[in-house]
Design a protein. Structure first.
Ligand code: PMP
Length: 450
């Protein structure tokens, strides 16, 4: 009976649910996930998996947290909704808490998703320049291989062609430069030199496009979904210096990197930079409820709401910053602090890198890199030519990890042939035994694929 019911669930899913991104695969249909506890999820057939991707890089404190459910319940029964055209206590408390983490210099605009937060960043950057007397500044520069969201503006900033080309024309005024990919830098060039050169590509773009037309640069502290590309510290510092010299706003997308993922509260804190605008989502609530924020430096905000007509940001979002989501975010940040999950992320990541370092000798592993509890393993066909591993090879490793109870991710840019980077980004709350399990599965699968 149970078996039959399960079959019909798969059938109903096939009939009625349109899945995100992946094409439907009859032989390997999407998992129907029924439960989550800690780092582990259970599917409708009772199979358990360690979720080495924290969902989509978001369930930072792990599944099944009663404290978060309770925070939502208590807030919903007290005040389920208030629009942020007015205000409410959880929104105020959360903004205060975020400023404590960032250094008290930001004002926060709430929305529901990472894409939303980036759209707000683009709109307010354009308006800021207008109110600053520079109305010709409307363009944004981002990087190839970066992902910034699915809505038209955020997709325009995204630098992965396969996600875009069927939906064009997208928003005008979005330009791209190449990111640093240290593993594939030209032979003989030092990482530092190469990163400075890559940063200078922004300056060239700004000059060729006429600097008076450039509103902002948007980037993640490290490219996550595009292949775990970690820059040398000089890169971000140089980009910031270029922004400042040309009056361009620096927008840092912390949607994945924020809230401990990289071993610091925010990814940009690894570098000597102070962003003008910061966008956050995912780990802000550990995905228990949808919430995102666009943090704006106070002196930028001060160009708004000056009392002059139309000096406010004309942007509204019905659900953005709803009280329950803010209450959950506050509780989530409390858990991160109480359980020292930022430090734990740094320590576990270090351990993961150390214990998996021997994979470098594997014939198909070109590079292993990571920051905090975010690891990338770049697979190649040939270590000398660095030819990206074939689809089949990457899929086989992922499938075998799954068969052994470990979900890992796949990243990169399909159109450029670089969809060959495996990612591990588990909940920061993983136990030591969870980490042992991950290491054992990865080592076993790679050994069997030598
Ligand atoms: N920015 C980055 C860096 C992301 O990884 C994502 C989502 N994967 C987004 C923005 C968009 O977030 P959302 O899916 O919540 O719109």
């Amino acid at each position: 009976k149970v078996g039959q019911e399960n079959e019909s669930l798969v059938e109903k899913d096939r009939q009625h649910v349109w899945h995100h991104i992946s094409a439907y695969n009859e032989k390997n249909p999407p998992m129907i996930i029924t439960e989550g506890k800690g780092a582990w999820i259970t599917d409708h057939n009772g199979n358990r998996y360690l979720d080495g991707m924290s969902g989509l890089w978001c369930v930072n404190v792990g599944y099944g947290r009663e404290e978060l459910a309770k925070a939502a319940y208590e807030q919903m029964t007290k005040l389920a909704y208030a629009p942020l055209t007015q205000s409410h206590e959880p929104a105020i408390g959360l903004a205060e808490k975020l400023n404590e983490m960032l250094g008290d210099e930001y004002v926060f605009f709430y929305s529901n998703s990472g894409s939303d937060a980036n759209e707000v960043a683009f709109k307010l950057a354009r308006q800021y320049h207008q109110q600053n007397g520079e109305s010709s500044r409307y363009k944004f520069i981002s990087r190839y291989r970066a992902y910034h969201g699915s809505s038209m503006g955020a997709l325009s900033a995204t630098g992965q062609a396969l996600r875009k080309y069927k939906y064009e024309p997208l928003a005008p005024g979005f330009l791209h430069v190449a990111p640093p990919d240290n593993y594939r830098r030209p032979a003989g060039q030092s990482i530092e030199e190469y990163n400075i050169q890559r940063a200078q590509e922004f300056e060239e773009k700004i000059i060729w496009e006429q600097k008076e037309t450039i509103a902002g640069i948007i980037m993640e502290p490290l490219i996550t979904g595009g292949g775990v590309l970690i820059p040398h510290p000089v890169y971000l510092e140089k980009v910031q210096e270029i922004c400042q010299r040309h009056g361009v706003l620096l927008i840092i997308d912390e949607v994945i990197c924020g809230f401990g993922r990289t071993g610091k509260a925010f990814g940009h804190q690894h570098f000597n930079v102070k962003p003008d605008i910061i966008t956050m989502a995912k780990g802000l609530t550990s995905a228990y409820l949808p919430l995102s924020v666009t943090a704006v430096r106070k002196d930028i905000y001060e160009k708004f709401d000056t009392g002059e007509q139309n000096s406010h940001l004309r942007h509204i979002n019905t659900f953005g910053g709803n009280p329950a989501a803010c209450a959950v975010a506050l509780k989530n940040l409390e858990i991160i602090e109480k359980e020292s999950l930022v430090e734990r992320s740094a320590n576990l990541g270090e351990r993961l890198q150390k214990e998996l370092a021997s994979l470098k000798d594997h014939p198909f592993v070109g590079d292993i890199r990571g920051l905090g509890f975010l690891l990338g393993i770049e697979l190649v066909e040939d270590k000398k030519t660095k030819q990206p591993a074939s689809n089949a090879r990457v899929a086989k490793i992922i499938g075998e990890c799954k068969a052994n109870g470990l979900i890992i991710g796949r990243n990169g840019d399909t159109v450029a042939g670089y969809n060959n980077i495996l990612a591990l980004s588990p909940p920061l709350s993983c136990t030591d035994e969870d980490v042992d399990f991950m290491i054992a599965v990865v080592k076993k699968v790679f050994k069997e694929n030598e």
